[in-house]
Ligand binder design. Structure first.
Ligand code: SF4
Length: 217
């Protein structure tokens, strides 16, 4: 909670610590394109704010939480409720900057499954049906997030990332699904390396950003 408070005081927004308002960057109903739930219809909630600083980040416009309107969480839940696919993916930015207890409780009350995509840079809040932990080199995952990872998704940018991926695989539960995903801008160079790596190390699977190939959000 100290971490959360620090972020709040550093931003112009005063995000209520009870999670009843959240900085909403965008929200849309689509198909989950990557990782364990690939191919599944889901409502995406992208929260603004991230201080992890990946240089290859493809949503840099999410970094400054102040650019994204503080939105009533009840309103967000009402939007999610309108769609037939009863799964929500909370992403960012780094969504664990915020207290997600209220959001996830309200979603679950309505029979909606809750999934999160996180770097794990901050302690876990919220009630989750699925945690996708995608650790980043610039900020190590918080130890409280690691045991909850249903999925470890490592973005591979260069060859040294395989050893780094193994370091994290050694920390998660034995049941955690392991995915290697090429960083989009380097996919042509990296993909052959991933293919060979997974053939040699079959505990890993390949995750592709299929939504980008399909040209859907
Ligand atoms: S953690 Fe995610 S949103 Fe934040 S900089 Fe890295 S890729 Fe971008």
């Amino acid at each position: 909670m100290e971490d959360l408070l620090e972020i709040k005081t550093a931003s112009v927004h005063t995000v209520p610590l009870d999670g009843t308002k959240l900085p909403l960057m965008e929200h849309f109903y689509t198909i989950q394109g990557e990782g364990y739930h690939t191919g599944k219809a889901a409502y995406f909630i992208r929260l603004g704010g991230c201080d992890v600083g990946c240089h290859w980040c493809d949503v840099k416009e999410s970094w400054d939480a102040n650019l994204h309107p503080l939105t009533d969480t009840d309103w967000i839940v009402q939007q999610a409720e309108q769609y037939p696919g009863k799964a929500v993916v909370v992403t960012g930015g780094e969504p664990l900057l915020y207290n997600l207890d209220y959001l996830t409780t309200e979603l679950r009350k309505r029979g909606i499954e809750t999934y999160i995509e996180t770097s794990g840079a901050y302690p876990l809040s919220g009630l989750w049906d699925w945690v996708c932990l995608s650790p980043k080199k610039f900020k190590s995952p918080h130890p409280n997030v690691i045991p909850h990872a249903g999925e470890l998704k490592v973005i591979v940018f260069n060859k040294s990332d395989f050893a780094w991926a193994e370091e994290h695989a050694a920390q998660v539960n034995p049941e955690t699904r392991l995915f290697l995903q090429p960083e989009w801008s380097k996919r042509d160079q990296i993909m052959p390396l991933i293919v060979e790596y997974v053939k040699e190390n079959p505990k890993w699977r390949i995750s592709l950003q299929t939504h980008k190939y399909l040209n859907i959000p």
